[in-house]
Design a protein around this ligand. Structure first.
Ligand code: CA
Length: 434
C-alpha cells in the first residue's frame, strides 16, 4: 500500500465541501458505500466526497452497481480506480463538467450496508478490554492462557448487522442474577455497546488454501466503524462453555462507508508487543507487519439520551480510544489466522475487531468497563446518569485518522438507537440486498 500523490495533503477538489478541514471525506479519503434516493429499487455504488456522493456508474468508472465486483478487484486495479477517482475529482480536472451530473447530495440519499455481508466473525483483539472484562467474570484468572498466542474469535450472525441509522429492539433472553435460584425470560437490563472496527474482506480464498501473512492485506478491502451491541446479563448466563450466542446476535451496527486500506496508507504504525510477551508464531509474523502492521485510527463513543435529543443536545463523548493502542493483533493476523485451517473467506465477509478499549479508564469501549460492571454510574452533562443503555438512548461511534502533515480523513457516523423491548420489528431498509 504505497503512499502516492492521491494522499498529497495539498490536493484539493472541485467539490468545495470536500476542502473543508472538518469534512470526513476529503479527496484523500474516497470511501465506498451503497446508496439510493427516494423509492429507487436498487442500490447504487458511490464514493463519498465532501457532502456529496459520486455515483460510480454515472461517472463511467464501473459497468454496473455490483459492489462485490469492486470488492474483488486485485490490489493494482483497486489502486488504479482510486487514482482515477482522485484525478477526476481534483481541482482543474477535465472530468468536472461530466462528473458534476454524477453527484448526489448526501442529504438526499439513504445509505445501505456497503455490501451484502456473507459471514460475520467477531474477534477479541482489545487486550485492555479482555483484561477488564476477564477481571469482572473471573477475578482470579482475567486473561486466559491462550490470549497472547491465538487471535480469539467466534462466528456471529450476518443476518442482524444493521447499517448506521437503523434502530433496534432491546433483546429479551434468559437472565439469572447471582442470587436467583432459576433463570427467567426478560428484557435485558444490562444492554451495552462495544466500540469496534469492522474489517471488510475484499477477495476471498478457496477452501483448503490458507492466506499467508504477506498476502493478507491484499484480501482486505477496507475498514469501517462497528458497534457490537451486547446484552451483558444474557451473556453472563449463556457464555460458558461455547462463548457468545444470543447476547450478541440481536443487532450490530456498521458505518456505511468502507475506508480503503489504500486511503489508510499514511496512517500505519509499527506493530509492537510489550517487552516480555511471547512473539507471534511465525505464520502470524513478518517484517512488514512489525514495521507498519497497525492502524492509527482515533475512535470516539457519543451517547445521546432521549431527553438530550428532545432538548436539541448533540450528546456527550463518553470514551476515546485508538485502534493501534488497543489492539493486540493486527488486521493481517486476523485474516491469516482465520484461514490457517483452510477456512474459506468470501468477498463481503465482515470481521469485528473486538472492543477497542485503551489502557486508561476513560478509554474504555464498553459501559461494562466505564461503569465498573454497572456499580458506578456515569453522569452525563445534562445531569442524567447511566450504567447501561435505556430505551431511547442513541449511541454514535466516530473515527478518524489525523497526523501532522497529512489531511485528516474520517469514517462517517455509526449510529443506532435502542427501542423498547417488544416494540416490534423496526422498518428495515432491505439493506442486505445484493
Ligand atoms: Ca464484540
Amino acid at each position: 500500500m504505497p503512499i502516492d500523490d492521491t494522499h498529497d495533503p495539498a490536493l484539493a477538489s472541485w467539490v468545495d465541501s470536500a476542502n473543508d478541514p472538518a469534512s470526513d471525506f476529503p479527496i484523500q479519503n474516497l470511501p465506498f458505500g451503497r446508496f439510493r434516493t427516494g423509492s429507487e429499487p436498487a442500490w447504487r455504488i458511490g464514493v463519498a466526497i465532501g457532502d456529496q456522493v459520486l455515483d460510480l456508474r454515472a461517472a463511467g468508472l464501473v459497468p454496473d452497481h455490483d459492489m462485490s465486483r469492486v470488492l474483488q478487484l486485485a490490489p493494482a486495479a483497486r489502486r488504479e480506480l482510486r487514482r482515477a477517482l482522485s484525478r477526476g475529482l481534483a481541482k482543474g480536472s477535465a472530468e468536472q463538467s461530466r462528473w458534476r451530473d454524477a453527484l448526489v447530495p448526501m442529504a438526499r440519499v439513504r445509505m445501505g450496508l456497503p455490501c451484502r455481508i456473507g459471514d460475520y466473525t467477531d474477534f477479541y483483539v482489545g487486550i485492555h478490554h479482555a483484561m477488564a472484562v476477564g477481571r469482572q467474570f473471573r477475578p482470579d484468572n482475567p486473561l486466559l492462557p491462550n490470549y497472547k498466542w491465538v487471535p480469539i474469535g467466534y462466528h456471529g450472525r450476518a443476518s442482524t448487522v444493521n447499517v448506521s441509522g437503523q434502530p433496534f429492539v432491546r433483546p429479551s433472553g434468559q437472565i439469572k442474577g447471582p442470587n436467583d435460584e432459576r433463570p427467567r425470560l426478560a428484557p435485558s437490563q444490562r444492554l451495552d455497546i462495544e466500540l469496534e472496527v469492522g474489517i471488510f474482506v475484499g477477495r476471498g480464498n478457496p477452501q483448503g488454501q490458507p492466506i499467508a501473512i504477506g498476502e493478507a492485506e491484499d484480501h482486505v478491502f477496507g475498514l469501517a466503524l462497528f458497534n457490537d451491541w451486547s446484552a451483558r446479563d444474557i451473556q453472563a448466563w449463556e457464555y460458558q462453555p461455547l462463548g457468545p450466542f444470543l447476547a450478541k446476535s440481536f443487532a450490530s451496527t456498521v458505518s456505511p462507508w468502507i475506508v480503503t486500506l489504500d486511503a489508510l496508507a499514511p496512517f500505519r504504525r509499527p506493530f509492537v508487543r510489550p517487552a516480555g510477551d511471547p512473539e507471534p508464531l511465525p505464520y502470524l509474523d513478518s517484517p512488514q507487519l512489525r514495521e507498519r502492521g497497525a492502524f492509527d485510527v482515533q475512535l470516539e463513543v457519543w451517547l445521546q439520551t432521549a431527553a438530550m435529543r428532545k432538548a436539541g443536545h448533540a450528546g456527550d463523548c463518553i470514551a476515546r480510544s485508538n485502534f493501534a493502542d488497543a489492539a493486540y493483533w493486527t488486521v493481517s493476523q486476523l485474516v491469516t489466522h482465520h484461514t490457517v485451517n483452510g477456512c474459506a473467506l468470501g468477498s463481503g465477509d465482515l470481521f469485528g475487531s473486538g472492543t477497542l478499549s485503551g489502557p486508561q479508564p476513560q478509554q474504555a469501549g464498553s459501559l461494562l468497563e466505564l461503569t465498573d460492571g454497572g456499580k458506578r454510574p456515569i453522569t452525563l452533562s445534562n445531569g442524567e446518569q447511566r450504567t447501561f443503555l435505556l430505551d431511547g438512548d442513541s449511541v454514535r461511534l466516530a473515527g478518524y485518522c489525523q497526523q501532522a502533515g497529512r489531511r485528516r480523513i474520517g469514517f462517517g457516523p455509526c449510529e443506532g438507537t435502542v427501542l423498547a423491548a417488544g416494540s416490534g420489528a423496526p422498518p428495515r431498509d432491505d439493506a442486505q440486498a445484493a
